[in-house]
Design a protein around this ligand. Structure first.
Ligand code: SF4
Length: 173
């Protein structure tokens, strides 16, 4: 994994690749931190890594990630995005992270938010939305791509169009 150095400020973020703050460290191949631009204005926050993400070390690279990438192409923000997760280690059997695990990983996410300093945060899915809400992090939200994949991968266009409009408004100078 490349060093976490901010392209504009040169600030280095401690990666803590050996973190053992919660039990999820037991089953991980590696910590999964981000994909995209570290100086992005839009930061997407998902739930946690799955099997493919754990293997490749990047968030949203499986089927859900492929659909999310399609959405990114529709949002009118070019490559001005970054993706991370509430927890950095893969929960077993792709279960949702437990509250204690999300709490344990919060200092990492809080540090990452401070590092990237996005203009807009977008929660991907209900788990991320609920957690960010509890932490008082202002955000937009979108359903998790897996919700649409369970329905044949169809019907997401209106929600993504609405998100595009909200982003456009939020990113106004
Ligand atoms: S999920 Fe977060 S807090 Fe838990 S071990 Fe992984 S990096 Fe550490």
């Amino acid at each position: 994994m490349p060093a976490l150095t901010h392209p504009r400020t040169g600030q280095a973020l401690p990666l803590d690749a050996a973190c053992r703050r919660c039990a999820l460290c037991e089953g991980r191949t590696q910590v999964v931190v981000w994909r995209g631009r570290l100086d992005a204005r839009v930061l997407f926050v998902g739930e946690g890594p799955g099997a493919e993400e754990d293997a490749r070390g990047e968030p949203f690279v499986g089927r859900s990630g492929q659909l999310l990438d399609r959405w990114l192409g529709e949002l009118g923000i070019g490559d001005d995005w970054c993706i991370t997760n509430i927890v950095r280690c893969r929960p077993p059997d792709n279960r949702k992270p437990h509250a204690v695990e999300m709490e344990a990983c919060w200092p990492h996410l809080r540090g990452f938010l401070g590092f990237v300093q996005p203009r807009v945060v977008v929660a991907v899915g209900g788990t991320a939305h609920g957690f960010l809400e509890r932490k008082g992090v202002a955000h937009l939200r979108v359903r998790h791509p897996s919700w649409y994949l369970r329905r044949g991968g169809k019907g997401w266009e209106p929600e993504v169009a609405a998100l595009a409009a909200s982003l456009q408004a939020a990113l106004q100078p």
